[in-house]
Ligand binder design. Structure first.
Ligand code: ADP
Ligand code: ADP
Length: 226
């Protein structure tokens, strides 16, 4: 489902030679089976966001081999990458909602990209709006929402198309404990249905409440897989 072999990643630094560009990830190797759940841990600057960026196909590794959903990313065409991206759900740390689109349309985006019929889109979006407790906010614009509401919209948008791979960067930082617990129940349901899930977090109490396999990064290296 996901397999990394000696993956390295170096940001392009303007004006810097290859050798002095910052190295964000070094020799990362691990695999996650279909339906697997992983906490992604490590201090700020350890490389969590960079790893999520590679897995989200937002950048290609600068070393090693990355396989996602059965495709070798180093060899995949742009069209293949675009198709793969549609099977991935992402909750960004800063939500990345489209500010000029109502909540409904933000959440509908992944289904519309799949060209699903509008009546299905309507049913699915209303069902998930109920689930995240935002049924009354369907026509609001994201800037009118609280941080926790925006985070729930971002979560709804990431899961509505039942992605094969779900990546979340601090998905609970704007949620209260009850909402965070509900999100974990959702992740549990999704992984039961075969979605592979990686969640980067610093939320210690959440990790204690939901112990799971941990991937821990330190200074760009994987220091724990278990
Ligand atoms: P966090 O631990 O909350 O992820 P970071 O400081 O690592 O915080 O990153 C915050 C944002 O800044 C991320 O989007 C990251 O990609 C970007 N960023 C981090 N370090 C650099 C850097 N050296 N140059 C440019 N952007 C950076
Ligand atoms: P984390 O998410 O664990 O905080 P990051 O992946 O954001 O870690 O950062 C890993 C390393 O990559 C850090 O040294 C950071 O400064 C650097 N980095 C992150 N984003 C960028 C960027 N856009 N440009 C250059 N360096 C970056």
């Amino acid at each position: 489902m996901i397999r990394l072999r000696d993956v390295g990643f170096r940001y392009d630094a303007p004006g810097a030679s290859g050798a002095s560009a910052p190295i964000a990830l070094r020799q990362i190797s691990f695999a996650v089976p279909q339906g697997g759940f992983r906490w992604l841990l490590g201090p700020s600057g350890a490389g969590k966001s960079s790893l999520l960026r590679l897995l989200a196909l937002g950048a290609r590794p600068t070393a090693g081999t990355l396989e996602i959903l059965g495709s070798n990313i180093g060899h995949a065409s742009r069209a293949a990458l675009a198709r793969l991206r549609r099977r991935i759900g992402i909750v960004h740390q800063d939500f990345r909602l489209l500010p000029d689109l109502p909540v409904f349309d933000n959440i509908a985006l992944p289904l519309r990209l799949q060209r699903r019929p509008e009546d299905e889109v309507r049913d699915e979006v209303h069902a998930i709006l109920d689930w995240v407790g935002l049924a009354s906010r369907a026509t609001a614009l994201p800037p009118q929402l609280s941080g926790g509401e925006q985070q729930r919209v971002a979560i709804a948008r990431a899961v509505i198309h039942r992605p094969a791979l779900m990546l979340a960067d601090e998905p609970t930082n704007a949620l209260d404990e009850l909402q965070a617990n509900r999100l974990m129940e959702l992740f549990r349901d999704l992984s039961g249905l075969g979605t592979t899930i990686l969640v980067a977090t610093h939320n210690e109490s959440l990790i204690r409440r939901y112990p799971a396999h941990e991937l821990e990064l330190a200074q760009g290296r994987l220091v724990r897989d278990g």
